[in-house]
Each structure stands twice: as structure tokens, then as C-alpha cells.
Design a protein around this ligand. Structure first.
Ligand code: NAP
Length: 294
């Protein structure tokens, strides 16, 4: 079997087209969705992520209030800016690009964001609401994964999903979202990590494998069953002198061999990546809709 490739760029574009229509509708009612974006320092990866978010806001007609601040910005200054954004009626969502420089306490900074504007879905209140199944902002990468599955016609209900990785931003939230007693969930979920005794034993039983380990070749063809759906969240830089940049990006899955056994697979790049920013925009629009209904 050769897998059908899930085109994350296309799925993201479809969702963005739906969002553009919702934004136009909101603007007719005098509401422009707004996203506050805060970046500290000049880490090239963070700068590139933030540029992507600002560009997408512009494309969709979302107002973005961008603050690119020096790495030496104090935690007090940062908290003060978040406080102002919390109170700004034109801002529906606040995004603080992580990681922050070492002198800032990330936990404190995230907790300073008003949960009603927590479009990244990292605030403990948002996470708690998600866990108990209340309506809330869903974290962007896990929500993007679910959208990729649903829009590719994959039945999640009743499926056995094996998640490799247990981070707070991918592994734990996707596990939790998939086991909710809800539409687009109701899966049986196994979660693996570095202390799991025999990862292949688990992944071979999976209808859906979600790899979020941050290590190339974590999932190889011998570790999946014929016809499994494979979602590769990993983004790893591999040295490649033949490329202008000197590196290329690969996922956590050995794509070339796994695609011969899977039924559906996401590529890296072009799979989960484009979904993350899109779901951030989705949350910002949801927040603006909430404002419009007040
Ligand atoms: P993380 O915080 O480093 O967590 C990695 C998790 O994977 C940990 O739970 C770790 O286990 C587990 N792990 C590492 N190596 C493993 C192995 N060989 N076998 C089994 N488990 C292993 O990473 P993250 O933030 O979740 O990100 C994971 C990957 O996704 C990264 O490559 C990241 O760049 C990518 N990512 C992509 C997007 C996107 O939009 N495309 C968004 C977020 C993250 P322990 O807990 O035991 O250490």
C-alpha cells in the first residue's frame, strides 16, 4: 500500500477561506478581530514563526498589534504590556512567542494572560476547561491535528490512537482531546514517552499514530501496522550541505518507508505545520465572535 499524502497546506487554506468569510461577516457588524503579538529577543526561529503569524493576520484581515521587544525587556515590562492588551477592547487574542529569555518566568507570563484572550490555549484555566470537556480555546497544534484527520475522512471515534510524546503543548493535550466523549474524539488513546518499555509494541496496534517526539526516525515502517494513519508533528533540522541554508527539515517519521505501509501520512514540511498558525487565527476569530455577541 502507498499512502495518500495529507496536504496540510491545502487543508489550512480551506480553513482560512472559511475564516475569511467569517471575518468579512464580523467586519460588516463593525468588529475587526485583533491579535496582540509579543516577541522578545531575536531568536531566528521565533522571529520566523512570528512573521508567519503576522503575515497570516494581514492576509485574513485580522488586526495585529505587534510588539518586537529587546531580549533585555524586563518581566515587569512584559507583564505590564500583557495587562494593557488584556484591557484593550480591540484585542481578542494575545500571543506571547515562546521560549522567552531566561530571566522571564514563562509560567507567570502565561498566567498573566486573561483566559478569555488565551488563543494559544496554554493558560492553566484553559487547559483545565479543555480537560473537563468545557467549551474553550483548543491548543493550536493538537486542534490542527484533529482538523487534518477529520477533513481527510479519518474516523476518530473508536480508533486506537498511539501518541508518541507527552509534552504540555502537543502530546498531553492531543491525548486529552482525543479521549473526550465528543464528536471528533471518542478514541482509545495510548501515550508513549522515553520511559515506555517497548514503543513499537504499542504503535503496531495503532489505527492512528501521532509522532511528537522531536527526534528523526522515531517511527519506522516496522513500527506501524499496514494501513495505519500517520501524523508527523516533529520538526527537526538535519544538516544538508546540498541546501543553501545548510540544513533541511524532517519529521519524526521515516517518511519514505512508512508511506509504503500507511494509508494516510502527513509530510514534513507541509503537514501539521501550516495548521498551527491557522488554528491560532481560528481561535482569534472565535474570540472576536464572542465579543460581537456581547
Ligand atoms: P518536547 O517538549 O521536546 O517533548 C518531546 C516528547 O517526546 C517528550 O515527552 C519525550 O519524552 C518524548 N520523546 C522524545 N524522544 C522520544 C523517543 N525516542 N521515544 C519516545 N518518546 C520520545 O517536544 P514538543 O514541544 O512536544 O514537540 C515535539 C516535536 O513537534 C518537535 O519536533 C517540535 O518542533 C514539533 N512541533 C511542531 C509543531 C508544528 O506546528 N508543526 C508544533 C509544536 C511542536 P519524555 O517526556 O520522557 O522526555
Amino acid at each position: 500500500m502507498t499512502a495518500r499524502i495529507i496536504d496540510g497546506k491545502q487543508v489550512a487554506q480551506n480553513i482560512r477561506a472559511e475564516l475569511a468569510a467569517e471575518i468579512a461577516h464580523l467586519k460588516e457588524r463593525g468588529i475587526t478581530p485583533g491579535l496582540g503579538v509579543i516577541l522578545l529577543g531575536d531568536d531566528p526561529a521565533s522571529q520566523s514563526y512570528v512573521r508567519g503569524k503576522e503575515r497570516t493576520c494581514k492576509e485574513l484581515g485580522i488586526y495585529s498589534d505587534n510588539h518586537h521587544l529587546p531580549a533585555q525587556t524586563t518581566q515587569e515590562q512584559l507583564l505590564e504590556l500583557i495587562g494593557r492588551m488584556n484591557n484593550a477592547p480591540a484585542i481578542d487574542g494575545i500571543l506571547v512567542q515562546l521560549p522567552l529569555p531566561g530571566h522571564c518566568d514563562e509560567k507567570k507570563v502565561i498566567e498573566a494572560i486573561d483566559p478569555v484572550k488565551d488563543v494559544d490555549g496554554f493558560h492553566p484555566v484553559t487547559i483545565g476547561r479543555m480537560m473537563v470537556g468545557e467549551s474553550t480555546f483548543l491548543p493550536c497544534t493538537p486542534h490542527g491535528i484533529i482538523q487534518l484527520l477529520v477533513r481527510s475522512g479519518v474516523t476518530i471515534q473508536g480508533a486506537h490512537v498511539v501518541v508518541v510524546g507527552r509534552s504540555a503543548i502537543v502530546g498531553k493535550p492531543i491525548t486529552n482531546m482525543l479521549l473526550q466523549k465528543k464528536e471528533h474524539a471518542n478514541a482509545t488513546v495510548t501515550i508513549c514517552h522515553t520511559r515506555t518499555k517497548d514503543i513499537a509494541y504499542h504503535t503496531r496496534q495503532a489505527d492512528i499514530v501521532i509522532a511528537a517526539a522531536g527526534r528523526p526516525d522515531t517511527i519506522t515502517a516496522d513500527m506501524i501496522k499496514e494501513g495505519a494513519v500517520v501524523i508527523d508533528v516533529g520538526v527537526n533540522r538535519i544538516e544538508d550541505p546540498s541546501r543553501k541554508k545548510g540544513y533541511r527539515l524532517v519529521g519524526d517519521v521515516d517518511f519514505e518507508t512508512v508511506k509504503e505501509k500507511a494509508s494516510l501520512i502527513t509530510p514534513v514540511p507541509g503537514g501539521v505545520g501550516p495548521m498551527t498558525i491557522t488554528m491560532l487565527m481560528y481561535n482569534t476569530v472565535e474570540s472576536a465572535k464572542e465579543r460581537a455577541s456581547e
